[in-house]
Ligand binder design. Structure first.
Ligand code: CAO
Length: 451
């Protein structure tokens, strides 16, 4: 029986190129072995075989662009090589978790769908995997794939890329010995061995960071313990936070904003609001004020790209949202064109989706700057980690009544602590201090937003 294999549901991605074809006509493949590799600008995906069989016809070539339902190849199923195609089809209403393996930062495997004559591609498409979208928290989550993706074809499989990422090896420097120059795991090992064996210049030796190995401790020697797996969101966010903290020269500036009048205004707006309106919290004012500042301080709305700086002419702002599974950063688009009520409504809706694990990848993409508010919880200041490839992040903590000198007396004023972390490769201390100072003044008198 000849079965046509098509591209499965790959979430938000459309028209993405094939960077590797891993089989040829006549190859015998087993169920779940990778057939080809797709690469979007955000992630690399292997398309595994939905069944065992023999490749009869290849319908795509390297570099072709494919989307959901695109025909890839035909497979001949036989009793000797595996079960018939229909047995491999995941029911279209099957839960994603049943068909999709847990995603990772650089690797996401999709069960291929089978468009046999009696099964349409749409009907056969497994709901793959709505959870991936939620797991990919933000640019944080998928950017790991970018850092190891080669700029030219061919590259390595996702697992090889991940391995290279773990080793800190630039794949562009590795010679592949696989078919069509494909980089294999052994190539990486040889590359690392050769690098270790190479004589080092004294200067390089001196500059090298010498890290002690991570402590491996049997904690059970000291008392009862319990081991739990990190959630995918926490694991992926953690990897990206560690990368950002290590690679970006962070500096954090602190400032206070007197929000006594703003708070009165906020309360008034909430009193005037009708039942269906979202509650307006300080966060919406902060996001709006930051949007205004990103226009006035374009270097804060930028990303490093090699030796260039990309300046963005759009203003999308992400906010850190605490969820039971870990931290995610939904993004509000075109904040410069939106009013406070609309921003509050979007914050409320996105935060609810985040907590329910229902954010889509698109909800977390395209951010220019992130606001991390711990105001609902407490604290007097913290050093937020920049959400690469952004270049700055604002942290806010709980506003408190403090005695402020008015020039003639101490007055009780509501003071909001602000913490701004910035990338010293792009921003200088004076610019950061000015940015924070302006922010403090905007929040101190929100009419300044209109100037
Ligand atoms: N000062 C004083 N009170 C504040 C405040 C501040 N800076 N910010 C918020 N509040 C108040 C709100 O007005 C609200 O008060 P009421 O319950 O009386 O109405 C309360 O604190 C709770 O606010 P909230 O947290 O529900 O709403 P928010 O709009 O301020 O924040 C969200 C929404 C999604 C950002 C928040 O719930 C959240 O997840 N914060 C955590 C972000 C985080 O984890 N940051 C750390 C990242 S680094 O690891």
């Amino acid at each position: 029986m000849i079965t046509e294999v098509t591209v499965p549901d790959i979430g938000e991605f459309h028209n993405i190129p094939i960077i590797e074809i891993l089989v040829k006509i006549g190859d015998r493949v087993s169920k779940d072995s990778p057939l080809l590799t797709l690469e979007s600008d955000k992630a690399t995906l292997d398309v595994p075989s939905p069944m065992s069989g023999i490749v009869k016809q290849l319908k795509v070539a390297l570099g072709d662009r494919v989307s959901l339902g695109s025909s890839i190849l035909t497979l001949e199923a036989s009793d000797t090589v595996g079960p018939p195609a229909t047995a491999a089809i995941a029911p279209s209403d099957a839960p994603a978790a049943a068909t999709a393996p847990a995603p990772s930062a650089a690797v996401a495997q999709a069960p291929a769908t089978v468009a046999a004559p009696t099964v349409s591609a749409a009907a056969a498409a497994a709901p793959w995997p709505p959870r991936l979208v939620a797991v990919s928290t933000d640019r944080l989550a998928v950017a790991a794939a970018d850092s190891t993706a080669p700029s030219r074809l061919p590259g390595g499989s996702p697992s090889v890329r991940r391995f290279a990422h773990q080793l800190g090896v630039d794949l562009a420097a590795v010679k592949g010995s696989g078919p069509r120059g494909r980089i294999l795991r052994e190539d990486l090992q040889s590359h690392v061995q050769a690098a270790m064996a190479a004589p080092r210049a004294p200067a390089a030796e001196a500059a090298e960071a010498r890290l002690a190995p991570w402590p491996r401790i049997d904690f059970s020697k000291f008392g009862a313990i319990e081991r739990t797996a990190l959630t995918p969101v926490r694991r992926i966010a953690g990897e990206n936070l560690a990368r950002n903290w290590s690679l970006i020269p962070h500096v954090t500036n602190f400032e206070d904003a007197d929000i006594t009048e703003l708070e009165a205004f906020r309360k008034q707006l909430n009193l005037e609001g009708s039942n269906g309106d979202a509650k307006i919290t300080l966060l919406s004012f902060i996001i709006k004020a930051v949007a205004v500042l990103l226009k006035r301080f374009p270097d804060f709305n930028a990303s490093l790209d090699g030796d260039s700086l990309i300046l963005k002419r759009y203003v999308n702002i992400g906010f850190a949202a605490d969820t039971p599974n870990g931290l995610v950063v939904p993004v509000i688009r075109s904040v410069d064109t939106k009013g406070i009520a609309q921003i509050a409504q979007e914050v409320t809706a996105l935060a609810a989706q985040a907590r329910a694990g229902k954010l889509k990848l698109a909800d977390m993409q395209g951010g220019c700057f992130t606001v991390s508010s711990l105001g609902g919880v407490g604290g007097t200041g913290f050093t937020p980690i920049i959400n690469a490839p952004e270049v700055a992040i604002l942290g806010t903590t709980r506003a408190q009544i403090r005695p402020v000198w008015s020039g003639s007396a101490f007055e009780p004023r509501l003071v909001l602590p602000l913490s701004l972390s910035w990338d010293h490769r792009v921003i200088d201390g004076v610019a950061a201090a000015r940015f924070l100072n302006h922010l403090s003044r905007l929040l101190g008198d929100f009419r300044r937003v209109m100037l």
